[in-house]
Design a protein around this ligand. Structure first.
Ligand SMILES: [Zn+2]
Ligand SMILES: [Zn+2]
Length: 143
């Protein structure tokens, strides 16, 4: 592949600087909104963590109705793009996990309280899941 020569003019330089400045302002604003968690209620209602809600929108994905399976309970779900969530809303709500990335909703570390499926119908592991290794099976320290 080859991309033909195109002169970088003073106008291009000025335009690029302006775009980068706008981008900086936009990112800075997003970070400030995230740090203050200004939409906390709406964010938790949407079931998204701080970064997914404030920084990772809009999500990049192909526009196609996509079937995916909740990573915890294995329930098949439908999504409007190929950027599918990780866990279904009931599993997200029950485990305080981000639906999009599967991390903690408030970005807290967890050492003992691993997420559990809301239903007992989690499918038998696929080859891929078995090869990735699994989470600790029990929460012996939590009740
Ligand atoms: Zn689920
Ligand atoms: Zn997330």
């Amino acid at each position: 592949m080859e991309i033909p020569f195109r002169r970088h003019t003073p106008y291009d330089q000025q335009f690029a600087t302006s775009l980068s400045r706008q981008h900086r302002a936009s990112v800075t604003e997003k970070v400030q909104r995230m740090e203050q968690d200004v939409d906390r209620d709406a964010r938790l209602e949407a079931g998204e963590c701080l970064t997914c809600y404030y920084l990772r929108r809009p999500r990049v994905g192909g526009s196609a109705m996509t079937t995916w399976w909740c990573g915890l309970c294995g329930t098949p779900c439908r999504h409007g793009s190929t950027a599918v969530p990780k866990v279904c809303p009931p599993c997200s709500d029950a485990n305080h996990l981000c639906r999009e990335c599967g991390g903690d909703l408030d970005l807290r570390d967890r050492r003992r309280k691993w997420a559990t499926p809301v239903t007992a119908t989690a499918p038998t592991q696929t080859v891929g899941a078995a090869m990735q290794g699994t989470m600790p099976a029990t929460n012996e320290d939590d009740t």
